[in-house]
Write a protein that binds this ligand. Structure first.
Ligand code: PGA
Length: 242
């Protein structure tokens, strides 16, 4: 795994956005796997800025998002659909028909997972997958588990994830307890993986991902087996390693 050291959050955002930009410039019809959460917001802000300056063209880009909460409609401001539109898609020239999410309102999990797997396969896989990481080592909503689950599945969120995500909701009761997530197999099949890691609260998990044994109890450790992973991390996130 290639590790790029950044000073701080802004430096991570700029470096990771540069890598994504290069991907889109080199392959204008790239399939980008995209992530939500606090970490990618700065990256998306840079992409919007550079698009507005005329440096980027998203007209042929297709996207597939990692995950979506179950039970939140598209117009709920905590849905990942809403997040992506407001942080990136509405501000660039992407064709919204080329953006894809699991449908959190589909109650039939088998049907929804089959549909989403088919979308990813029909696209021919992912050229570059952007990832954050949870403090428990989750990627997307692939939570700690006794096996790695390869394809799209419905997951009951761990208490640690619910606690972490409660900061975005007005009460704990409003935090969804289930989600649909792309599986680890789809992530591992991406041609390139770009992970952004910021802050001291990620330092321990980053150390385990980089130096610990590969285990489904820390899902991100599987990235050690991928041939093209770039991790951009700031000094705080790297503090347990040095
Ligand atoms: P964060 O979430 O960027 O909000 O820390 C990352 C994740 O849970 O994947």
């Amino acid at each position: 795994m290639k590790l790029i050291k950044a000073r701080d959050y802004d430096d991570i955002s700029r470096k990771a956005a540069n890598i994504l930009s290069a991907q889109v410039i080199l392959k204008p019809d790239s399939v980008l796997g995209l992530a939500t959460g606090s970490t990618p917001i700065g990256i998306y802000n840079k992409l919007v800025d550079w698009y507005k300056k005329g440096d980027l063209d998203f007209s042929q880009v297709r996207t597939v998002n990692l995950d979506e909460y179950c039970g939140l409609s598209k117009d709920n401001d905590q849905s990942y659909y809403y997040f992506m539109n407001h942080h990136l898609f509405y501000h660039v020239n992407i064709d919204l028909k080329n953006t894809n999410f699991p449908n959190g309102m589909e109650a039939d999990a088998n049907k929804e997972c089959t549909r989403y797997n088919q979308i990813i396969e029909d696209m021919g896989g992912i050229d570059m997958q952007l990832l954050g990481i949870g403090t428990n080592g989750h990627i997307g909503f692939n939570e700690p588990n006794d096996t790695f689950i390869p394809s799209t599945h419905q997951i009951t969120l761990s208490q640690e994830t619910i606690n972490a995500n409660s900061r975005f909701f007005s009460s704990m009761e409003e935090v969804p307890t289930q989600a649909y997530t792309m599986g680890v197999g789809h992530i591992m099949n991406a041609k390139k993986i770009l992970m952004a890691v910021s802050g001291e609260n990620k330092a321990q998990i980053l150390k385990e991902v980089l130096t610990g044994p590969v285990t489904p109890f820390i899902p991100a450790t599987i990235l050690q087996f991928h041939h093209d992973v770039t991790i951009v991390a700031d000094e705080a996130a790297l503090s347990a390693l040095e």
